[in-house]
Write a protein that binds this ligand. Structure first.
Ligand code: PHE
Length: 342
């Protein structure tokens, strides 16, 4: 009996001193003390050696010992559970991190505005691949291989297959539309285009365009003028003036470039309009009959107009951005200035 008491006290000390830092250690404790071959079981077995008159007292001691071991096991389990969840505990008094809301890129803002204006006039929106074949970018647009006007657009060709290129204008999308649809066609084609230019404040190797195409019976140059005039008034306000200058594009005849009165100086002359009071914003013209015929559209029955504008240029005029490189440098100080614009 004395011996048993001593043993139990010794074990209790040992149990008290036990600790665990993970689930495995807790389990080891359980196996060692409370398992089927554990210590508690084995000291219980000693009951048979206790003389009858002391059995009652010994039984109490052993029970108490068993409970002691069980209580320790429970507390280890709990302690371990709280150690595990500590990392997830939430301090509700901590001030929250400021939520930084992204802003739309100014070019997206401008593109969306352009698109929404033309949508109101009944234009559909079409997109096409950035990597094009020669036919859709040039050939179909009335620029055969030896055509000198190909030099107007310095082209990036794909090394593995020089009949592939990065589209130099989204006229390639118009080609794809005429290939698959019959007139009436009324579509705008927003997208990124690529030209092999040295990067500077005024030129970049890629930029964005919105080109438009309208093919139907009786489409006239007057329709072209009025559509584009409506567009600039919606885009820049009612006071803006427009003028058309004769120009040349292989895919339109006649062709014209459209200028708007300078928004920066109101037409008096400044360095943005190079002291002319006018800034060029787009190229346009009546679709060349050859282009229509390339797609099996009867040019005696149908006529059309087309136009193409640079999104960067429109954005520059709208927000007075004076360096093209700002658009692609991802400088947060630049981008944040367009907060709230959609
Ligand atoms: N594709 C021409 C360009 O990228 C723009 C344009 C489109 C001009 C349609 C006339 C008609 O420069």
């Amino acid at each position: 009996m004395e011996d048993l008491l001593k043993k139990l006290n010794q074990y209790k000390e040992e149990i008290s001193a036990s600790s665990a830092t993970n689930a495995d250690e807790v389990e080891n404790f359980r196996i060692k003390y409370l398992g089927t071959k554990g210590l508690v079981k084995s000291v219980m077995g000693e009951m048979k050696n206790v003389p009858n008159e002391q059995k009652k007292q010994a039984g109490q001691l052993l029970n108490e010992f068993k409970q002691f071991a069980e209580a320790k096991y429970e507390s280890l389990k709990e302690q371990f559970a709280s150690a595990e969840t500590q990392g997830e505990q939430i301090d509700f008094s901590l001030p929250a991190d400021a939520i930084t809301v992204g802003t739309r890129h100014p070019l997206s803002v401008t593109r969306n505005r352009i698109v929404s204006i033309f949508k109101r006039l009944g234009f559909a929106v079409a997109e096409g691949p950035d990597i094009e074949d020669d036919w859709h970018n040039f050939g179909a647009m009335n620029l055969p291989e030896d055509h000198p006007a190909r030099d107007m657009q310095d082209t990036f060709y794909i090394n593995q297959n020089p009949s592939w290129l990065l589209r130099t204008h989204t006229s390639s999308v118009q080609a794809r539309i005429m290939e698959t649809q019959k007139p009436p066609i009324r579509v705008i084609c927003p997208g990124r285009v690529y030209r092999n230019e040295t990067i500077s404040a005024r030129a970049h190797c890629f930029f964005h365009q919105v080109e438009g195409l309208y093919v139907d019976e009786n489409v006239s140059f007057a329709d072209l003028k009025q559509t584009l005039y409506f567009f600039v008034q919606e885009m820049f306000g009612k006071d803006v003036k427009v003028r058309f200058r004769p120009s040349y594009f292989p895919f339109t005849e006649p062709s014209a470039e459209m200028d708007i009165s300078c928004l920066i100086c109101g037409g008096i002359g400044c360095n943005v309009c190079k002291h002319t009071g006018w800034v060029e914003i787009l190229g346009s013209g009546m679709v060349h009959p050859k282009v229509l015929e390339n797609f099996g559209i009867d040019s005696n029955k149908y006529t059309g107009f087309a136009f193409g504008m640079g999104v960067e240029r429109i954005t520059q005029l709208k927000y007075r951005v004076n360096d093209l490189r700002l658009y692609s440098q991802n400088d947060i100080r630049f981008l944040q200035q367009f907060t709230g614009a959609v």
